[in-house]
Design a protein around this ligand. Structure first.
Ligand code: 13P
Length: 305
């Protein structure tokens, strides 16, 4: 299991001028789809689960432990370099539970929190995580969401000086920024403020992350990577592809199949296998665009565990 520290992976990406994709899973099929894509593309990848879309009580009632154990088990024979991220937890406690559950990187969703609370909680998380070899990502600024065909809320764009002070005060390993990117955007592409991104990249000593990967304009990626972006988060596009494949597979049933073949069998007739395959195809294409495809061997040689 080449589970490598996220800071080493991000540093490799910065050195070689590409970005790592974080492709957010929600179950074992989607997770396997991401891993299969990384194997096919011989690419390093960040795998993991996002807490923000999940019920808080479920997460607190053993959900985080289940997700961590699922991820660790599925990574057992993984030949490509990976990091395992628990993304956007609701609380500091959940992020710490994620560390106990075997995640190698954690991030809290702090975008509704007062700035002072965020700094204190992120600094505390760093103190707990880093001595255990777990990386911490945090965000400065916040993204608007795309909901019901329109952008809901306004972006809090990241201020380069605030970002610099935040990183100095907390010691985070990676910083997510708001530069025009939009969460959950399914229609068209967001407009990135590349000048702002470059200013943040110059002010901040750690690699940058762009969330809202579904709506990122692919033609802006080379400039974004040159400005300091080493991680791109993708979620919505994977679920959309999975659901479309699932719908097609369900629509093509004859009605004579066994329900046991159709659901959870992991055989060809399993409708979730169709979803897994669709996720995989989307991820392979994005790994190519991010420039990480084909770099697995180089990462394994250059990044120490
Ligand atoms: P999208 O769902 O917009 O791709 O964003 C995913 C994300 O940023 C998860 O943190």
């Amino acid at each position: 299991m080449p589970l490598l520290p996220l800071p080493g992976l991000l540093a490799h990406a910065r050195r070689h001028g590409y970005a790592l994709g974080y492709f957010e899973s929600w179950d074992s099929y989607s997770f396997e789809g991401v891993l299969a894509a990384a194997r096919t593309a011989e690419s390093p990848v960040i795998v993991g689960f996002g807490a923000t879309m999940l019920d808080g009580e479920w997460l607190d009632g053993g959900g985080i432990a289940l997700l961590g154990a699922t991820g660790r088990a599925l990574l057992a024979d993984c030949p490509v370099p990976v990091a395992l991220l628990l993304n956007e937890t609701h609380s500091l406690g959940q992020a710490v539970t994620g560390i106990d559950a075997g995640f190698t990187a954690v991030m809290m969703d702090t975008h509704h929190w007062p700035a002072a609370d965020t700094v204190a909680a992120v600094a505390e998380l760093v103190k707990v995580a880093q001595p255990r070899g777990v990386a911490v990502e945090a965000e400065v600024g916040s993204l608007p969401d795309f909901v019901d065909g329109q952008i809901a809320g306004t972006a809090q764009l990241t201020d380069p000086a605030v970002a610099r002070d935040f990183v100095a005060a907390t010691g985070v390993d990676c910083l997510a920024v708001s530069v025009g990117n939009v969460h959950l955007l399914t229609d068209g592409a967001a407009e990135l403020d590349l000048d702002r991104l470059r200013a943040i990249g110059e002010a901040v000593p750690v690699p940058l992350a762009l969330h809202g990967g579904t709506g990122l304009p692919l033609d802006a990626l080379p400039a974004a990577i040159a400005a300091g972006v080493a991680k791109i988060n993708v979620g919505t596009r994977l679920k959309a592809a999975y659901l479309e494949a699932l719908s097609k597979a369900l629509a093509s049933r004859t009605g004579r199949e066994s329900v046991h073949d159709l659901l959870g069998s992991h055989r060809a007739l399993d409708v979730q296998v169709a979803g897994r395959q669709a996720v995989s195809e989307v991820v392979v294409a994005l790994l190519e665009r991010y420039g990480s495809a084909g770099r697995s061997g180089c990462v394994l040689r250059e990044v120490s565990p």
